[in-house]
Design a protein around this ligand. Structure first.
Ligand SMILES: CC(C)(COP(=O)(O)OP(=O)(O)OC[C@H]1O[C@@H](n2cnc3c(N)ncnc32)[C@H](O)[C@@H]1OP(=O)(O)O)[C@@H](O)C(=O)NCCC(=O)NCCS
Length: 161
């Protein structure tokens, strides 16, 4: 199904969305999160998981961000395979940055596989920069690339002339 994003809406994740989410998750990751992982996110006071909905009951993608004090973190993000490349991942990530900014975050961090060029390109396009590497982080021994988006480097300078 190729879908226009004109009708897309981003909402807080609901328990009723999880069935569709775990299908997308399984199609997206070698070690997919289970229903319990998503339930945990729904119950966490620090998390604010979101879904991108094509219509009231069709999930096109989801993102699981959390924020602790001034640090935001994206734990999981995926778009339904037949809805990729249409701007949905970018919209969800922008929504997370916006929400973290409102909640007072100084930065938002995440880990990504160096082989995941689509995700790295998405994050770089938004202004994330590489801050380090975590050795052998993933199940296949692949390192994680650490990336960070800092709000201060993007803020307008109030006294700038
Ligand atoms: C990564 C992912 C979430 C991107 O979502 P998406 O909706 O397809 O991405 P968008 O259409 O919003 O694209 C935004 C940017 O991402 C990059 N991008 C997306 N797909 C890409 C691809 N196949 N190759 C290279 N860059 C790509 C581009 O920079 C794009 O900007 P552009 O449209 O100006 O070129 C999606 O590919 C996905 O679900 N992948 C599997 C799960 C995953 O890897 N999650 C990330 C874990 S860290």
């Amino acid at each position: 199904m190729k879908q226009s994003i004109d009708t897309l809406a981003i909402w807080p994740m609901r328990e009723a969305d999880i069935e569709q989410i775990i299908k997308i998750e399984s199609a997206s990751f070698p070690r997919p999160w289970t229903r319990d992982h998503f339930l945990q996110e729904l119950r966490s006071p620090h998390a604010f998981p979101l879904v991108a909905m094509i219509s009231e009951n069709v999930v096109a993608g989801y993102v699981c961000p959390m924020q602790l004090l001034d640090e935001g973190h994206i734990l999981d993000i995926a778009v339904r395979p037949d809805c990729r490349g249409m701007g949905i991942g970018r919209l969800m990530a922008e929504k997370v940055l916006d929400e973290c900014r409102k909640r007072g975050a100084e930065f938002v961090s995440l880990e990504v596989r160096p082989s995941n060029t689509a995700a790295i390109s998405l994050y770089e396009g938004l202004g994330f920069v590489v801050t380090g590497r975590r050795k052998r982080y993933y199940e296949n021994g692949e390192d994680a690339v650490l990336m960070e988006y800092r709000f201060d480097t993007c803020k307008e300078l109030p006294d700038a002339v």
